[in-house]
Design a protein around this ligand. Structure first.
Ligand code: SAH
Length: 399
């Protein structure tokens, strides 16, 4: 059944990790001599020879194996397994995603396709291969044929992250169109339109994981609003439909240029005047605004991941606290704070504790309205904490 498939032995810690439901084993938890080609399907065994399943192997990454099945499967069975997993992933979105033509169609580990991401932007699919295995020609063909079957009219492009290709020791490659002619389009999220361009110099895209949080934020938002870390205007454009005024801040000028173009796309929908796009460092701006006594009814904080490693967590929590403290001070009574963290290293409990401590220091009484995560098309796989990275807490300042 297993033919000539390489066998990889993992140590006790690696075996315990897999038995605990995670799908990764780090290189340091493999037996010393590994004889498997880059990107191969391998059979995983513990030190006693017990079978733990089949995995995709990387000869370069610290994440050496990613389990694809708890059963030992043959190489010939891999294409069928991928096809059925892709069908499962797409079917799940078709049942659970509403109010948009855009969503993450395949989310790596969370769809049991570790190393593969496919985002759908209206009629353009953007594929990312994160591992040696999904860079294999034969597996790419299987994935592309499946995508063509599920989305016959969509163009497909590959988005390359040069850093990831380097980590996987894959030859450099540019982002490219793989099928069809469109690499850009306009897509719609909760009725708000956005530009997508997967190939041009000024790449655009979206944080699709915030889709349901945009709608949730708009349910509570009112008055004068401030969207901090706006990127291409995700929250700001939603707030503009319900708020009197919106100011939106980011340190990236290219991101704000796309945000302004997105604003033009939605001209007909604004309740109020223009959104004010501000290029600034968020920490400095919040400090200046707080000192100047500015006040708002709604503030959104959606910073980049502050804690990329475990060691960075305490510093990250201090950063989150500084932002949230200043925001809470600037909110008028009945004001709404929408505060996010996309560091999986910072747990929801730690994030709420930070927020509580910021509220106490700001002397505000704060009620939590909703504790949210990523949109449903970014599902969480139990026992794989990396898939539960996004926190979005919506709260109301009472006094
Ligand atoms: N809210 C956005 C996503 C934000 S991503 C959305 O829903 O689409 C994080 C953003 O923070 C990026 O656009 C990045 O340019 C910006 N950023 C990073 N550091 C910053 C800083 N110190 N000040 C202001 N913006 C910053």
């Amino acid at each position: 059944m297993t033919g000539s498939i390489p066998v990889i032995t993992v140590n006790q810690r690696g075996a315990a990790r897999l038995r605990g439901g995670h799908v990764w084993v780090y290189r340091s938890d493999l037996a010393p001599s590994v004889d498997a080609p880059a990107g191969a399907l391998v059979q995983v065994r513990d030190e006693r020879g017990k079978r733990l399943g089949s995995a995709l192997y990387s000869s370069a990454s610290q994440i050496a194996i990613r389990l694809v099945s708890g059963e030992e499967i043959a190489e010939e069975a891999l294409p069928d397994l991928l096809r059925s997993r892709i069908a499962g992933a797409i079917g799940f979105r078709q049942r659970s995603v509403h109010d948009t033509d855009s969503y993450r169609g395949i989310f790596s580990e969370a769809d049991l396709l570790p190393g593969l991401i496919v985002d759908k932007y209206n009629d353009v699919l953007a594929m990312q291969a994160l591992t040696q295995a999904f860079d294999r020609d034969d597996l790419r063909r299987v994935v592309l044929a499946s995508l063509a079957e599920h989305f016959p009219d969509a163009s497909v492009l590959e988005r390359v992250d040069p850093h990831i290709r380097k980590l996987e020791e894959l030859p450099a490659r540019d982002s490219q169109l793989l099928r069809g002619e469109r690499s850009s389009t306009i897509f719609t999220v909760n009725g708000v339109r956005f530009h997508f361009d997967g190939l041009s110099g000024q790449k655009t895209g979206a944080f699709l994981d915030q889709r349901e949080n945009y709608a949730a934020a708009a349910r509570y938002a009112h008055g004068e609003a401030l969207d901090v870390f706006t990127y291409q205007g995700g929250f700001a454009l939603h707030l503009a439909r319900v708020c009197e005024s919106v100011a939106a801040v980011d340190s990236s000028r290219p991101a704000l240029e796309v945000a302004e173009q997105n604003e033009q796309l939605n001209r007909d929908q604004h309740r109020a005047g223009e959104i004010e796009w501000i290029e600034a460092n968020a920490f400095d701006l919040l400090k200046d605004y707080a000192t100047a006594g500015r006040q708002y009814e709604t503030i959104v904080l959606d910073p980049p991941a502050f804690a990329k490693t475990k060691r960075a967590v305490p510093t990250a929590l201090r950063g989150y606290k500084e932002l949230n403290l200043r925001a809470l001070k600037m909110l008028r009574p009945r004001g709404i704070l929408v505060t996010c963290s996309c560091s999986f290293r910072v747990s929801e409990a730690e994030f709420l504790e930070m927020l509580g401590s910021a509220a106490a220091d700001a002397g505000r009484v704060v009620r939590v309205l909703e504790k949210r995560g990523a949109a449903q098309d970014h599902p969480v796989l139990l026992n794989v904490p990396e898939t539960a990275y996004l926190k979005c807490v919506i709260s109301e300042v009472l006094t």
